[in-house]
Design a binder for this molecule. Structure first.
Ligand code: VGL
Ligand code: ZN
Length: 202
C-alpha cells in the first residue's frame, strides 16, 4: 500500500502568510493532481499555541531567524505562524482536502518545536503517525508539502527510520532556503530516500 503525506500546506507557509515559503503556492496544483494516484492520503498541520517558544515574538530582544538554545535543543526563532485556530493555520483554500483521511497536528507543546510529522524535535513524543500508517499497511510513503528544508526533510528522515520506503516528490515541495534544501536532499538520499518527480508517480 502506498500513501501520500501532505506536510503543512497551510496559509502561513504560502506567499501572503507570516512565514512564506517562496513558490509555496506553486505546489498546490501538483498536489491536487497527484491525489488521484493514491488510496490513502494523510496530512500534517503545524499547530502552535500563541505563546510557543519557537516564535521570535516570545523572546524579547530576539529577532526572527536567530538561533537560540531551547530546553537543550538548537532552535531557529520563527515569525509567529500557524497559531491554533487562526486563518494562517488553515490549509490553503486551493488545496483539495476531500481525500485527507487523517490529520496529524504538531507543535502544540510550547516548550519544544516539532518539524517532523512523526516526532517532536527531541524525539520525545510521537504523534502516532507511524502507527497509523503501519495499521493501514502502508509501506511506500510519498511526501509533499512545505517546507522542503524543515518539516518535509525531518518527516522524511523519520519515515526512513521507521522503515517506510520513502519518496520526496520534488516538484511538490518548496524550501525556505535553497542551500539548506540541497544539504537535506543529499542527506535523505544518503539515508536511503528517493527524490522523484510527480510525473513518475503511477
Ligand atoms: C515549519 C518552520 C517552523 C515547516 C514549521 O512546516 O517546515 N518550518 N514551523
Ligand atoms: Zn512551526
Amino acid at each position: 500500500m502506498k500513501a501520500l503525506l501532505l506536510i503543512d500546506i497551510q496559509n502561513d507557509f504560502i506567499p501572503g502568510g507570516t512565514l512564506p515559503v517562496p513558490g509555496g503556492n506553486e505546489i498546490i496544483e501538483v498536489v491536487n493532481k497527484l491525489q488521484s494516484h493514491f488510496d490513502l492520503i494523510a496530512a500534517t498541520q503545524d499547530w502552535h499555541p500563541a505563546d510557543h517558544k519557537s516564535f521570535a515574538t516570545n523572546h524579547p530582544g530576539k529577532k526572527a531567524f536567530e538561533e537560540i538554545d531551547l530546553n537543550g535543543l538548537a532552535q531557529v526563532l520563527w515569525p509567529a505562524h500557524c497559531v491554533q485556530g487562526s486563518q494562517g493555520a488553515e490549509f490553503s483554500s486551493a488545496l483539495n482536502t476531500n481525500k485527507i483521511e487523517a490529520i496529524f497536528r504538531k507543535g502544540t507543546d510550547r516548550e519544544i518545536d516539532s518539524y517532523s510529522g512523526f516526532y517532536d524535535n527531541g524525539h520525545r513524543k510521537s504523534t502516532a503517525l507511524a502507527q497509523y500508517l503501519k495499521g493501514k499497511k502502508v509501506n511506500d510513503l510519498y511526501i509533499v508539502g512545505l517546507a522542503a528544508d524543515y518539516c518535509v526533510y525531518y518527516t522524511a528522515k523519520d519515515a526512513i527510520k521507521e522503515g517506510f520506503t520513502t519518496y520526496i516528490i520534488e516538484d511538490a515541495v518548496r524550501a525556505i532556503n535553497d542551500e539548506g534544501y540541497k544539504r537535506a536532499k543529499a542527506d535523505l538520499i544518503n539515508k536511503g530516500g528517493t527524490i522523484i518527480q510527480s510525473s513518475e508517480v503511477r
